[in-house]
Write a protein that binds this ligand. Structure first.
Ligand code: TYD
Ligand code: MG
Length: 462
């Protein structure tokens, strides 16, 4: 046995160690090392086992001409936008998401949609039997789509099948964690298996021009298991996320070599699979007819698309020594910062209050421009005064209490206008074309006067 070449690989970051240690020295994760066969023991399928000398490569100039690759458009607008206008032939796409969120459902729908446009698609499942996939297809009404399916986890068998005849346009592997190659001693799902099998599939995709979709499970802290090792190998990383309690699912692009990142596609999990949601703002708004204290509408941007979402806050006197702060759909650190700024710069005494903040509909907001809407919701709950239900808010709040300019002002205001909002509270700075915007805008530069006005119920009465 090639015992001497074995190594201990951290399953979180992929760092290799020569001895077992309790804590990975690279990422400081505890108990994450697993013994795996050394890289030297493995020859990936398709590589000539060579002690050959290298050849001299001919270098090219940057100014050469290139053809734009024809993309594979699935005719699912929400998906096509996230991929940057369709799948690029020869590319590898990783789709991560929690178990049960709908990855397999989405991919079966994508395969069928592409097959309907005349492309060839193969679906390899390592998690379900073919009968289960067929049942799902029947439930989705897709059983007539010309998609070839197989239940297989052995990489060698999958590659041999793919190489037989003309390579398919789309290959789906559900999931990478179940794949294994017999050239390796390690168990399926370990870093060296993931790295080697993904590499072989990517090599196949590049040489034959197939687009490969890989499903990756995420761990409980939201990372694709063995994340670093596959995320940097693939061209595109998409996350499929959502709250189990809500039907909405969001496909988010994290990395894309062929298109924009931070773009989102919104779907709804319905009886017959995932339905595209064309107008997500309507979904993420609460009941707007009866305004209640603590609710403010944020005019946000996700990728290139404006989205209106309701931010809800509850501020209540605390009976605990250390008041509770809980937040869903937003950064907890951002909330702590905002509370500190409200206290220090606007004189709002929140120190003895429990604070809860929730973003409606299960959406996760990362934009700093949400600060002002969150502040408005907090002040409104604190003072018990409802904000006008036809008003939107956006603007970043700095530590000094100043309101900073936000990008894409026109898109945000136009979306609010489209959905019937009448006014907007926006940062002082930043220009926008006036003729595009008909709703009343109130410009503010400092947090304090805004808070005083909100807290004094003046806003609600005018
Ligand atoms: P699935 O695609 O199996 O999730 P993943 O592959 O990410 O683990 O989705 C499973 C969930 O979706 C399951 O809880 C049932 C639900 N679902 C529907 O609500 N409607 C449907 O038409 C389908 C096929 C699934
Ligand atoms: Mg699945």
């Amino acid at each position: 046995m090639a015992r001497a070449s074995n190594q201990y690989v951290c399953q979180d970051c992929g760092a290799a160690h020569s001895r077992w240690v309790g804590k990975c020295t690279a990422c400081e994760a505890w108990n994450s090392l697993v013994e795996e066969a050394g890289a030297a023991a493995f020859t990936p399928p398709g590589t000539p086992n060579s002690a050959r000398k290298g050849n001299v490569i001919e270098l090219e100039s940057l100014a050469g001409s290139t053809e734009e690759m024809p993309r594979m458009i699935a005719r699912m607008p929400e998906l096509d936008r996230v991929t940057g206008g369709g799948f690029v032939p020869g590319s590898a796409i990783l789709i991560g998401g929690e178990p049960g969120i709908g990855k397999s459902t989405l991919l079966l729908q994508v395969a069928s949609a592409l097959a309907e446009t005349g492309r060839t698609a193969m679906y390899f499942s390592g998690e379900e039997a073919t009968a289960q996939i067929r049942l799902r297809a029947q439930r989705l009404g897709l059983e007539k789509a010309p998609v070839a399916i197989a239940a297989e986890t052995n990489l060698g068998n999958i590659l041999a099948t793919l190489r037989k005849g003309k390579a398919p346009d789309l290959v789906i592997i559900d999931s990478v964690q179940t794949l294994w190659s017999d050239g390796l001693d390690s168990a399926p799902g370990t870093v060296s298996q993931l790295r080697a099998t993904t590499q072989s599939l990517i090599r196949f995709a590049k040489s034959k021009g197939s687009a490969i979709l890989l499903v990756g499970h995420v761990t409980k802290d939201g990372q694709i298991a063995g994340p670093k090792v596959i995320e940097h190998m693939v061209d595109t990383v998409l996350y499929f996320e959502g709250d189990r309690g809500h039907p909405f699912r969001i496909l988010r692009s994290i990395k894309n070599r062929f298109g924009p990142t931070d773009e989102i596609g919104v779907f709804e999990m319905a009886e017959k699979g995932l339905v595209e949601v064309e107008n997500p703002s309507e979904l993420f708004l609460g009941d707007r007819d009866n305004p209640s204290p603590g609710a403010a509408v944020f005019a946000g941007i996700e990728g290139t698309r404006p989205i209106l979402v309701e931010i809800q806050a509850l501020v209540a006197p605390s009976s605990l020594g250390t008041p509770r702060r809980a937040v869903i759909g937003w950064e907890p650190n951002r909330l702590s910062m905002l509370l500190a700024v409200l206290e220090a710069r606007a004189g709002l005494a929140l120190g003895a209050h429990d604070v809860y903040l929730n973003v409606a509909g299960g959406l996760k907001i990362t934009e700093p421009a949400a600060d002002l809407a969150a502040a408005a919701a907090l002040v409104s709950s604190f003072s018990g005064c409802a904000l006008p239900s036809d008003r939107v808010y956006f603007g970043e709040i700095s530590l000094s209490g100043a309101i900073r300019a936000s990008a894409h002002m026109v898109s945000r205001l136009k979306e609010a206008q489209k959905l019937g909002f009448k006014s907007a509270v926006i940062p002082n700075r930043g220009e926008y074309e006036n003729d595009a915007v008909t709703l009343a805008t109130e410009r503010i530069g400092e947090l304090k006067p805004f808070v005083v006005k909100c807290a004094g119920c003046a806003e609600g009465k005018d």
